[in-house]
Design a protein around this ligand. Structure first.
Ligand code: ADP
Length: 330
């Protein structure tokens, strides 16, 4: 069975963009592949944060993933800092990564532009990401579109390492992205991608009223000034993609007809979307509340996940160090 790996930052909120762009795919692929899913808290500390806050957010993200359907009986779910080999392999990979490749990463440019002082960890973020994936010799990475450039770099790093230390037969696979139909969900403001740091998200754990409040005010096709003006679903940046992700095909068809023919107003269209979204998200919210009340169970799942992850990562790091002339820890 081939392996998949994917990670998510403990950003405090599993939002509809992460959910549709990545996590829904994790859930559907976990039976098909040997799957490793990770809450990447070492990535999260590349920007300023408070320790108590991070601890809480890491727990919340794990609960969110479990509630969304990540099943510890069918995959390995763990927290990155509980598996020290991630940092170890990242250091090794730093020695094989050209600086220029890191400096041209779009995410680095965007994130560093918002910082007063840029730490080296932010620049080296994609190196750690390569280590995350390659530790498990994963060849498939279910992610959103924003991660494609980082994955290209993971392939460069795998190639560089292979050519130096495993020239006859590649040791590391070259991981490829696996995208969903919602590869890049636009935020509620209709401008950039939906992202916690921009503040244009819908959290999948938000209450039905909160979600309705956000949908009600979300931007739609600007051509639809009144409900009698016809619109074009493809010009509706948020609501139409959400319909396609949450509503059954016959409803999506109706949405297209009613929008193009000005047969209903945007508010009606949003109401139908809200109903369909809540049908999927309300049970997730309930499961999260149950897990939240059972702290010991969550700890046990994550500890067991870290142990399973280490069984694989320790083998990889041993092989890597052996080939690089680095004695192992005893
Ligand atoms: P990062 O901050 O490194 O992008 P996140 O933890 O925010 O990572 O994202 C987790 C996953 O969700 C990634 O696979 C990312 O590609 C995906 N994702 C995030 N935002 C969106 C979005 N707006 N649309 C689609 N996928 C997204």
């Amino acid at each position: 069975m081939s392996r998949i790996f994917s990670g998510i930052q403990p950003s405090g909120e599993l939002h509809v963009g992460n959910y549709l762009g990545a996590v829904r795919n994790w859930v559907s692929l976990q039976g098909e592949y040997e799957a490793f899913f990770c809450v990447v808290n070492y990535h999260a500390i590349t920007l300023p944060y408070a320790a108590a806050d991070l601890r809480l957010r890491t727990r919340e993200m794990a609960i969110g993933l479990l509630a969304a359907g990540v099943d510890p009986d069918r995959c390995t779910l763990f927290v990155q800092s509980q598996v020290p080999e991630h940092a170890e392999l990242a250091w090794i990979f730093n020695t094989l990564t050209p600086l220029g490749e890191l400096e041209r990463q779009t995410q680095f440019k965007e994130k560093s532009a918002r910082q007063e002082q840029v730490m080296a960890g932010l620049l080296n973020y994609p190196v750690l990401q390569a280590a995350d994936i390659l530790l498990y010799l994963a060849d498939l990475v279910p992610v959103g579109e924003d991660q494609i450039q980082h994955l290209e770099l993971s392939r460069v790093i795998a190639r560089n390492w292979n050519s130096r230390f495993s020239p006859d037969e590649p040791f590391f696979p070259e991981p490829k992205p696996r995208l969903t139909p919602t590869r890049r969900l636009v935020g509620l403001d209709g401008k950039g991608k939906m992202s916690k740091s921009i503040g244009n998200t819908i959290g999948i754990m938000e209450s039905p009223d909160e979600i309705w409040g956000k949908l009600r005010t979300a931007i739609t096709d600007p051509a639809r000034k009144t409900k009698n003006d016809p619109g074009e679903p493809d010009d509706c940046p948020v609501i139409y993609p959400l319909h396609r992700a949450f509503s059954p095909p016959e409803t999506v068809k109706l949405v297209e007809e009613n929008c193009r023919g000005a047969k209903w107003g945007c508010v009606e269209c949003k109401r139908v979307l809200h109903e369909n979204m809540m049908a999927e998200l309300a049970p997730v919210r309930e499961r999260a509340a149950e897990l939240d009340a059972n702290d010991a169970k969550v700890t046990q799942i994550l500890d067991a996940g870290a142990e399973k992850a280490r069984a694989v990562s320790s083998r990889t790091i041993a092989e890597v160090k052996e080939r690089m002339g680095l004695p192992l820890a005893r």
